[in-house]
Design a protein around this ligand. Sequence first.
Ligand SMILES: Nc1ncnc2c1ncn2[C@@H]1O[C@H](COP(=O)(O)OP(=O)(O)O)[C@@H](O)[C@H]1O
Ligand SMILES: [Mg+2]
Ligand SMILES: [Zn+2]
Length: 374
Amino acid sequence: MTKTPLTLKYRPFQLSDVVGQTFATQTLKQSSIQDKFSHSYVLVGNKGSGKTSTARIIANLLTCENPDSGKVCGTCRACTTIHKGAAMDVIELDGASKRSVEDVEKIIESAQFAPTELKNKVFIIDEMHQLSNTAISALLKITEEPPEYVYFIFCTTEFNKIPDTILSRSHKFLFKKIAVSEISNRLKSIAATESIAVTDEALLEIAKISRGSMRDAIGYLEQMAILAAGKEINGKHIQKYLGGTDRQGIYNMIQSMISQEYALLLDQANDMIMCLVDIKSILYDISDAFRSIMVLKVMEADAKFKNPSSKIIDLPESEISKMRTLGEKMTMDQLEKLSKAFTTIGKEMEYSINDRWVLETILIRCATLLKNSA
Ligand SMILES: Nc1ncnc2c1ncn2[C@@H]1O[C@H](COP(=O)(O)OP(=O)(O)O)[C@@H](O)[C@H]1O
Ligand SMILES: [Mg+2]
Ligand SMILES: [Zn+2]
């Protein structure tokens, strides 16, 4: 028997399981407590950020027999069928696979009939941007004046594809990219439950390369666990197989710039390139480290902002303290010059026939700019 993929096994069941989308989850919790739901919701945002999961949770809250303080009961008919896709009165239309006018017309027709098993009838229109325009206009009519028991939830990654008429009638929730620290925390708890041996650094690397998508992150963790076959997964493995950069390697390079060790610097860059890290990622990660150092310096100079939020510097405390130490050796003036040095690098990479040389040149330029640092 094949095992359930971890992304499905860890699909959020309660609002409180949804990570990082507090505006949506807090509002929906209150809607459930006060029993005040909108007849139409639009969930829009980044892929793998929890839209489909939240749509099902809303459907469940609308149909659960005994919801309590924004939580579904977990045992009633709605609770046991919705997440398996087996609830008759929760109808999912996936714009990616079914997108004809006929499919939509079937929905509209069935909306005329009262629910058969559950107390409400919920339509989830997933990947809405994939629906044809005629299919969408057919939908518009029914969403205008839905029967008392009918609710619509639209999910999409593309805000501008949602007709204004639907937007204006709906409660809208923006699903943001999930912060690196929130992803790595979630991965940590999944890894613990699944007995996957993995270092914190590796989790951080996976979270970073997933670019805000929890689905991608959990998928990578599972892939790496299969590959590692019981051995511990570390940062180097992620770098080698998934192409992220080794963070400690980046900090070591910045340290060499500060201490003016040019040869060591090029040697460290070589190590990274030999691990098949692509040159653009190395440059990006160095620039991002300088950016974090600068932001941290500015924020920590002001007592009101002494603990910058994870939204500004998306790194765990252990990494932030390394940035702080490196930052002590740099002046704001130097950081501004470093930022300038990186602004033209995109163009240089585009036109160069030798990416590696561009990288080595910028590393040396950075080291020169950091000369005479404390
Ligand atoms: N905000 C989140 N909190 C917890 N898990 C999440 C979150 N977003 C995505 N996931 C994980 O990724 C999987 C896919 O999420 P899904 O809701 O289908 O994303 P979307 O519809 O936004 O692409 C879920 O089953 C879950 O394992
Ligand atoms: Mg989805
Ligand atoms: Zn229930």
